[in-house]
Design a protein around this ligand. Structure first.
Ligand SMILES: O=C(O)[C@H](O)[C@@H](O)[C@H](O)[C@H](O)COP(=O)(O)O
Length: 247
């Protein structure tokens, strides 16, 4: 069933964060292997996906993964140098890319210096070059898969509450200066995320239970509620985030 929006999206509730990471790793391996040609993925940052990236770096998994056909993009990043502890690109480089045989040309970090608006436009140009068109075409997804987290204030990627980026309907990448988070950021916009075969939300921990409930109900005040996909949206959550008692 197509989960074009977050309310109708399928939800998978798993025992804990490790089970979420294992589920997503298996799903990603399956989809990347079955894809004909290039597979484009937008990675999420923050702490939740670290377990996933660690699993992907394990030799037993890395030896099966089709690194040469997968192009790695970022759903967002903080506008800080790669060696900053706050850099999503730096985090993925340390945990995953430094440990596997992924071609450097397959890794597309967001720019992290200069003028944020120009940097956003530069990343958008890189996406358009990879996509092969200057506008998003229905049923021609920009991404095969987009990984997203969920912040306690309802943000996802770096689509934060009360930010102009939430209103963006033409740009694929926008700068964002959250009033409730450190650092200027670059983020994919709603249209870019919607141009996808799969959007997977990875949400774990009791601290996310309330915001997850609001977003699943489609609360319009939560930026994550406005995520759409031309393909499928799936919630991959643990029991804590789902507000279910641990067995
Ligand atoms: O750059 C970022 O911070 C992420 O892309 C952001 O959208 C993240 O997914 C949420 O803030 C959840 O973060 P945690 O996984 O750390 O809870």
């Amino acid at each position: 069933m197509n989960g074009h929006d977050v309310m109708s999206a399928q939800e998978v509730v798993l025992e804990n964060a490790d089970a979420v990471a294992r589920h997503v790793a298996a799903f990603l391996l399956e989809k990347a292997c079955e894809a004909r040609g290039i597979f484009r993925i937008a990675l999420s940052g923050g702490s939740t996906p670290k377990k996933l990236y660690t699993l992907m770096a394990a030799p037993s998994y890395a030896s099966l993964f089709p690194w040469k056909k997968v192009q790695f993009f970022f759903g967002d990043d903080r506008f800080v140098p790669a060696d900053s502890p706050d850099s999503n690109r730096g985090m993925v480089q340390d945990i995953l890319f430094s440990k596997v045989k992924v071609p450097t040309a397959n890794i597309h970090p967001m720019p992290d210096r200069g003028d944020p608006d120009e940097a956003a436009r530069a990343y958008e140009a890189e996406l358009k070059k990879a996509y092969g068109a200057d506008r998003l075409i229905p049923n021609k997804p920009l991404f095969d898969m987009v990984l997203l987290g969920l912040g306690e204030n309802g943000h996802t990627a770096s689509l934060f509450p009360r930010q102009p980026a939430l209103e963006e309907t033409t740009r694929w990448v926008a700068p964002c200066v959250p009033d409730d988070a450190p650092h200027t950021r670059l983020t994919l916009t709603y249209p870019a995320i919607a141009s996808s075969r799969y959007v997977l939300f990875l949400v774990t921990g009791t601290s996310k239970a309330e915001v997850l409930e609001r977003v699943r109900a489609g609360d319009p005040a939560e930026p994550a509620s406005h995520i759409r996909s031309d393909g499928q949206i799936e919630w991959i959550v643990d029991r804590q985030a789902a507000g279910q008692p641990q067995e």
